[in-house]
Design a protein around this ligand. Structure first.
Ligand code: NAI
Ligand code: 13P
Length: 338
């Protein structure tokens, strides 16, 4: 039995805390909102993030970060990318020993262009980091709480740490593979949200499955192109955290990124969409980061660029698709890894 704290009581943090608690670990879920921690402890619900789900009664929650940190040998970071830096800074006020950190967030910080593990290493004192492991893959919270079969990868350069996380989470419905390509796993998880937003847009515009298959396939090409330039292994993008997550996020009604894109395609403004969602849509900020990364690494990312213009430059979505279709002629495999 391990003592694990999950930071972030959104849909994913809550689902993973249940997996850990039901695996027999002493698991505590931290919410930055007292009312939410009380709801989880007393009503055994988290109605805003997992509506109609009755949470396991073994799940305990606190809103006191110092208590959450003091409880743990392992800390799972499940706050949205935007909150990672701030949460690490707050944690530094109470950390007093080495911990194994796991992060499950899927984004890239605009401007700094850092991956989540890099942000964490910037904010947390090295003396307190045993290791940082990324847990990622095709895994909608809504299905994990129903114990539907789900597969993910735990990635760390140090295989022993990845295996430790594999052992923590693995059970009969949650299968965890190990991987040592941290850059590939983090980039796949972040960039698939950009492509899923675009897939939602084409669905919202009323285009069909041909368009979606094109986005998934050509999306994977540009994700891999950037990832490899940044040091990732190309084959990682063919795995669970690349193609796997791309498929689930572009095709599932559970995906907030796909749903947000769908509303944009139907004509809503970005602000209207975000107001209506009420949950994190990571692909919006990551589109900005991808746009900046494409320039920095001199990599062609047509889908990310077209989406950037729709999100931030008032480009009409339909015209954006038209521009993508009218790009100059190409060989399919040309510049796959520039
Ligand atoms: N929901 C899912 O099925 C999956 C989500 N993820 C990733 O997990 C991360 C978290 O996503 P969700 O749980 O889905 O988000 P969510 O929108 O369901 O919940 C976010 C939670 O974080 C809290 N929060 C927001 N800002 C915060 C801050 N600055 N400090 C502390 N807490 C803060 C919110 O109050 C809320 O409890 C994202 O990066 C997402 O891409 C990964 C795999 C699956
Ligand atoms: O990452 C996810 C599934 O693997 C969740 O995707 P959304 O954030 O689009 O809901």
């Amino acid at each position: 039995m391990n003592k694990v704290t999950v930071l972030g009581a959104g849909s994913w943090g809550t689902s993973l805390a249940i997996v850990l608690a039901e695996n027999g670990h002493d698991c505590l879920l931290w919410s930055h909102r007292e009312d939410q921690a009380n709801e989880i402890n007393n009503q055994h619900t988290n109605a805003k993030y997992l509506p109609s789900v009755e949470l396991s009664k073994v799940l305990k929650s606190t809103h006191v970060l110092a208590d959450a940190v003091a409880h743990a040998d392992v800390i799972v970071m499940a706050v949205p990318t935007k909150g990672i830096r701030e949460t690490c800074q707050k944690m530094m006020e109470t950390l007093d020993r080495k911990m194994l950190f796991v992060h499950v967030s899927k984004g890239i910080e605009p401007d700094s262009l850092l991956r989540i593990s890099e942000i964490m290493r910037e904010e947390l004192d090295e003396a307190f980091i045993e290791d940082i492991v990324v847990l990622s893959g095709p895994s909608h919270a809504e299905e994990v709480v129903l114990q539907h079969p789900t597969t993910v990868a735990a990635a760390c350069e140090n295989l022993a740490s990845a295996e430790r996380v594999q052992d923590l989470f693995m059970n009969q419905y949650f299968r965890v593979y190990t991987n040592q390509d941290v850059i590939g796993v983090e980039m796949g998880g972040a960039l698939k949200n950009v492509i899923a937003l675009a897939a939602g847009v084409t669905d919202g515009l009323g285009f069909g499955d041909n368009a979606k298959a094109a986005l998934i396939t050509r999306g994977l090409a540009e994700m891999s192109r950037l990832g490899v330039k940044m040091g990732a292994q190309p084959l990682t993008f063919a795995g669970l955290t690349g193609m796997g997550d791309l498929i689930v996020t572009c095709t599932s009604v559970h995906s907030r990124n796909w749903r947000a894109g769908n509303m944009l395609g139907k004509g809503m403004t970005l602000q209207e969409v975000l107001d209506q969602m009420g949950m994190v849509v990571e692909g919006v900020r990551t589109t900005k980061a991808a746009h900046q990364l494409a320039e920095k690494y001199d990599v062609t990312m047509p889908i990310a660029s077209a989406l950037y213009e729709v999100l931030f430059d008032e480009q009409n979505a339909s015209d954006g698709v038209g521009k993508l279709m009218q790009r100059m002629k190409k060989h399919e495999m040309a510049g796959l890894f520039e």
